[in-house]
Write a protein that binds this ligand. Sequence first.
Ligand code: WQD
Length: 343
Amino acid sequence: MRVLVSGGAGYIGSHTVVQLVSAGHDVVIVDDFSNAKPSVVGRLEALTGRSIPVHAFDLADVDKTERFFATEQVDAVIHFAGFKAVGESVAKPLDYYQNNLGTTFSLLRAMERHGVYTLVFSSSATVYGADPELPMTEDLPTSATNPYGWTKVMIEQILRDVAASSERWRIAALRYFNPVGAHPSGQIGEDPSGIPNNLMPFVAQVAVGRREKLSVYGDDYDTPDGTGVRDYIHVDDLAAGHVAALDRISTGDTGMSTWNLGTGKGVSVLEVVRAFEKASGRKIPYEIAPRRPGDIAASYADPSRANADLDWHATKTIDDMCADTWRWQSLNPNGYPDEETAD
Ligand code: WQD
């Protein structure tokens, strides 16, 4: 199929592009590059051996989105585009609601006008709210503790109502746990702008010498070693989950389905630090700091519905995740170049 990947120049989007092409799909990227560097496209073309068409515009722009669908034939959409920093969403709620909902409304209306009814949506385990039952299953109630999380809860509800309005729609909401790692080539990876909010990119920047030390946000949680426990999933496993979900909904029942994409295994902050030291051979200095507001003690998935429905399983271990992250970071100490210079 020809697949529009919105936000396809981003971290998870770019890894999904590679897997879509290797699964035999054609891809077209729409990205406004507000949180991605254009040089990733050259890396994707080198990795896939294909030229990847890219349209640089904001999907919230209704006219540009209409023009895209009027000129480009697509069979399905994987929708990653959106703001995703929890802390920033608390400071700028209007930006988050306007952008994340606005892009989705614009995209859905254009899809409907042009008879494109197959959509995979990038959701998040954050929709399970502040004190979820563990392991998290898809039928748990949804809520949020920050505007970013609420945009995911709201968009899932919008998609449920859209799917219920016409049996043409084929929609999957994929709830990610903690995406980490990088393509084993080391050519693409996570490249957060500014100080990384998330654990793995921060640890990688300490290892490569960009940051002095890690602050461990609390060691007094009710967890085996007192530090926060999360379900880290390799971005390539996550990308494979998108291809599997797309294949399933494009041939299976119409309507909307929701799947957790996680390993089902919880790993603590200190376990990540130790695994990264092993993978990189570098010491990761850290200090215990106060808990981060809004953090929960533990979060991990029950991925059995995705395992069964999609015949998909996370395959990579935390050691694989750290080794691939380290290869990306050590080959690209400052992330993607502002522009790719010919080697
Ligand atoms: C993981 C653990 C921290 C940084 C976030 C979003 C979530 C999703 C994934 C989008 C926690 C600890 C972290 C640091 C630390 N994003 N930590 N020092 O918070 O589980 O999830 O990213 O969908 O919506 O909330 O991920 O990587 O920020 O934190 O000790 O410098 O590492 O306390 O226990 P989180 P994280």
